[in-house]
Design a protein around this ligand. Sequence first.
Ligand SMILES: Cc1cc2nc3c(=O)[nH]c(=O)nc-3n(C[C@H](O)[C@H](O)[C@H](O)COP(=O)(O)O)c2cc1C
Length: 324
Amino acid sequence: MKTRITELFGIKHPIIQGGMHYVGFAEMAAAVSNAGGLGIITGLTQKTAADLANEIARCKDMTDKPFGVNLTFLPVVDQPDYPGMVKAIIEGGVKVVETAGNNPQSVLPFLKDAGIKVIHKCTAVRHALKAQAIGCDAVSVDGFECGGHPGEDDIPNFILLPRAADELDIPFVASGGMADGRSLVAALALGADGINMGTRFIATKEAPVHENVKQALLAASELDTRLIMRPFRNTERVLTNAAVEQLLEKERTLGKDITFEDIAPEVAGVYPRILAEGEMDAGAWSCGMVAGLIHDIPTCQELIDRIMAQANDIIHGRLLKLAD
Ligand SMILES: Cc1cc2nc3c(=O)[nH]c(=O)nc-3n(C[C@H](O)[C@H](O)[C@H](O)COP(=O)(O)O)c2cc1C
């Protein structure tokens, strides 16, 4: 299947693995890229620019296919070493960068000068248009269903994607709630050029996370995510657990007086404990509603091949018959 996204990134299938904190290591990105999609290393999971350079080198040892690096711009006081990370990306010969979290203007000229393609992830059409205006090559449009940060507009993909298609000239992928061939065909029908998946890729054999995390996804249904940090306008969709319910209780009782310190025990520094150590109640971790569609732990190759086969069956079978 050729789309504007497969052409832009030089990949076989229009399927991207979005950057994921403490999931997007070299093993994850290489497995997705080797399976014909676009794997992405999460820049900020690496503590320093030198660590990121090393992770990029490790990924190159595992795949000769294109892969990307995610740079997330966070609302934090102590800014990560973005210039150092950009240098590591350019010197590492990375061909694609996925930016997210905020306007990527500060890094864009350096990436573009190095010939790197930039896909910006956004949750609103106005942000997608801004990304297009400043020179991003593509956008990833993240609907309200998504795992992680869905923004504050709460627009699900059935509305957001056709709105994006109506407004954008650059190619875009549908992100949030994507799991299988049905998702891909639906995304294409709504105007997207491919899909971006986060949560679904965590439940794969190669995902470098604790087995407890994969089992938690198998056990979860579409009813099991919660939205936290709404009072901070930094909403995150996470899998519910004891810590998340405790956090939500604090948000309810403290109301407008709540501060970040109040919820720090449930959110600060918990990712390695959960994703690497498998301490499933240690705190809040991003997870999409798509958990309800995850019932097995295939390899990335099996997952991507299955998505493409199912999409082809739907297009050439059911849809073609309906069109007669
Ligand atoms: C565990 C986890 C961690 C994530 N971390 C990041 C991140 O660090 N930066 C980012 O841009 N997106 C992050 N995301 C969002 C994904 O890249 C992707 O946009 C999202 O998962 C898509 O929704 P889905 O989970 O329904 O597929 C994360 C998602 C998950 C599930």
